[in-house]
Design a protein around this ligand. Structure first.
Ligand code: DGT
Ligand code: CA
Ligand code: CA
Length: 574
């Protein structure tokens, strides 16, 4: 599949066009990149079967873009793009990864200071060479250095959302190998941690050497760190590593338990074993020299006097005590989700029409979908004003009417994702908010406020009786932007008091609330909702990442309002 490569190039072109200040086009390319990236079909296949015509059927792909995709599929490159890169040889991946550094700023920095990459940017910021430039104040220099520090801290870790699909591909290939009796992912990817250092696989096989040969010659392997009789480690072209171990069935459970981690969970478990006079290792649970468990994880946990613990909870955050005392939560599951209330339609520049989104939601088996278009403050996101919202609502009413006539129980809910202004007011008037089924409000600007100010800002928004849900409550973007400063305890207190629902945003870069905040909200009795923030229909499948995060935060069905019966949920948000 060339989808990812092509998406990357389209988004590269978008950034070059933005550097050149070409109007509208960057947006179109960016949008096409998002679509191609989350396309489930192989784009090469689409082209082979239907030519550029078929490519143009992909939402967001027009004639020009289709031709460029064709050029890439035929020749392996796009001439225009190569020219752009030659003219402005900037490592934009590096530079624009720094929060606040867009393509236009990168261009100024290249033209004035010949800055091409992160290293040169850091050097220039430290030497205060950026301040004297037009439009780059002293604060920018500080922000750049903070941004670079943040990047360094998250370096070498990959988003679960980008790496899990790849892990699944490898998993399937191993599973289909006839020498493989059983395969599992282990490590942080099995625990569904939001970022992943490397992938770990465990396999049962009687012919380990065959499995080793297969593993080190998987497509995309660019380096073999090591290859032994039963274990191997490789580097993939995308920059991450994968480890594999082959085991016998007898000790597979012990190895799976050990290599799933976390290390902290394992240490806690080993202590329980010692207290019982046993010894626990990756080879099994032993009483003296006699192995008393090892084939499955379940028997190991049971022999230790505890219930099996879901991998997402294995962080030594109290799960060991809970498992000993039969107090483990009934974690929420993907199949419990009945709908998604944070979806952007073509009204605010999203890719799909409301009808297409509704159909996609029905295909998943949802009972409802909530359209939460951006509102007017967010001009770059084509935010809607009061009048446009009204017109959009009419369209929704009409589609809903059609569903009713066809006896479909499915419903589209009228929402919005309004903007919380710096003073905590909402950018849409109360009258219009009252006409919606629900309103989400979120912070999208001015994130560098003091903790006190930010807390008051959020609280004021929550106290607006028309605001039902706060989207991505801490504003973080993984590997890019730290959470903003906020007194989360206070937020929880007010949320509990006025019944505000906090969002678990399932978008892979956000996953906001994070696991720890989810746990805190649950304990404070604050209700949450898992939403995808999809900007196109294929992104509705991001829901699973939100569910993983919710499980890592010990959330149960009753904590998550879109697991409730639809009627009860609607009553809650009205
Ligand atoms: P990652 O790869 O950084 O996202 O995180 P993990 O948890 O996948 O860590 P990794 O790949 O280094 O090791 C996989 C598991 O193996 C880890 O979760 C627990 C276990 N493990 C590795 N090293 C140690 C160790 O020194 N002590 C203990 N108790 N367990 C270890
Ligand atoms: Ca790992
Ligand atoms: Ca590893």
């Amino acid at each position: 599949m060339k989808n990812q490569e092509i998406a990357k190039i389209l988004s590269g072109i978008a950034r070059y066009l933005e550097m050149e200040s070409v109007p509208f086009k960057p947006y179109a390319y960016e949008k096409a990149a998002i679509t191609v990236e989350s396309l489930e079909e192989d784009i090469g296949q689409i082209y082979r079967e239907g030519g550029t015509r078929a490519l143009e059927e992909i939402p967001g792909v027009g004639k020009g873009i289709a031709e460029r995709i064709e050029e890439y599929l035929k020749t392996g490159k796009i001439k225009d793009y190569e020219r752009m890169k030659k003219r402005l040889p900037i490592n934009l991946d590096e530079i624009s990864a720094v929060e606040g550094m867009g393509p236009r700023k990168a261009k100024v920095l290249y033209e004035k200071l010949k800055i091409k990459n992160l290293k040169e940017l850091e050097k220039a910021a430290k030497a205060h060479k950026i301040t004297p430039l037009f439009g780059f104040g002293e604060k920018t220099e500080k922000n750049i250095l903070e941004g670079i520090e943040f990047l360094k801290r998250s370096k070498g870790r990959f988003l679960l959302g980008e790496i899990l699909p790849k892990a699944k591909e490898v998993y399937e290939k191993l599973e289909n190998l006839k020498e493989v009796e059983k395969v599992d992912m282990a490590g942080s990817v099995r625990r569904r941690k939001e970022t992943i250092g490397d992938l770990d696989f465990l396999v049962i096989s009687k012919s380990p050497s065959k499995v080793m040969d297969f593993f080190v010659s998987l497509p995309g392997v660019v380096k073999v760190w090591g290859k032994g009789a039963t274990k191997a480690s490789v580097r993939l072209k995308e920059g991450y590593d994968m480890d594999i171990r082959v085991l016998s069935a007898k000790q597979y459970g012990a190895a799976l338990q050990y290599f799933t981690g976390s290390k902290e969970h394992n240490i806690a478990l080993r202590k329980i074993a010692i207290d019982k006079g046993y010894k626990l290792s990756e080879y099994g649970l032993f009483s003296g020299s006699r192995m008393i468990a090892g084939a499955t994880e379940e028997e190991i946990y049971h022999k230790l006097g505890m219930a099996w613990v879901s991998p997402e909870m294995r962080e030594d955050h109290g799960e060991v005590e809970a498992a000993l005392n039969e107090k483990l939560p009934q974690l929420v599951e993907l199949k419990d989700i009945k709908g998604d209330l944070h979806v952007h339609s073509s009204w605010d520049g999203g890719v799909n029409s409301i009808k297409e989104l509704a159909e996609a939601a029905m295909a998943i088996g949802y009972e409802y979908i909530g359209i939460a278009d951006h509102t007017k403050f967010l001009r770059i996101e084509h935010g809607l004003n009061e009048r446009q919202l009204k017109r959009r609502n009419q369209e929704i009413d009409k589609i809903n009417e059609g569903f009713k006539n066809k006896d479909l129980r499915f419903k589209i809910l009228k929402g919005c994702e309004a903007n919380i202004m710096a003073d905590g007011s909402i950018d849409i008037n109360n009258k219009t908010l009252a006409e919606l089924d629900y309103a989400i409000a979120g912070i999208h600007s001015q994130m560098k406020m003091s903790r006190e100010q930010m807390t008051q800002r959020m609280i004021r928004a929550m106290r607006n009786p028309h605001v039902d849900i706060i989207s991505h409550p801490t504003g973080r973007i993984l590997k890019r932007r730290e959470e903003f400063e906020i007194d989360f305890e206070k937020i929880l207190k007010v949320a509990k008091e006025v019944g505000t629902i906090l969002e678990i945003n399932a978008y892979p870069e956000r996953l906001d609330l994070n696991d720890i905040n989810i746990r805190r909200a649950k304990e404070a009795g604050v209700k949450m909702i898992i939403n995808t923030d999809a900007h196109q229909k294929d992104q509705l499948r991001f829901m699973e990442y939100g569910v993983f995060q919710a499980r890592r935060g010990w959330a149960e069905k009753e904590d998550i309002i879109n697991c409730w019966p639809a009627k009860k949920m609607i009553k809650m948000i009205k």
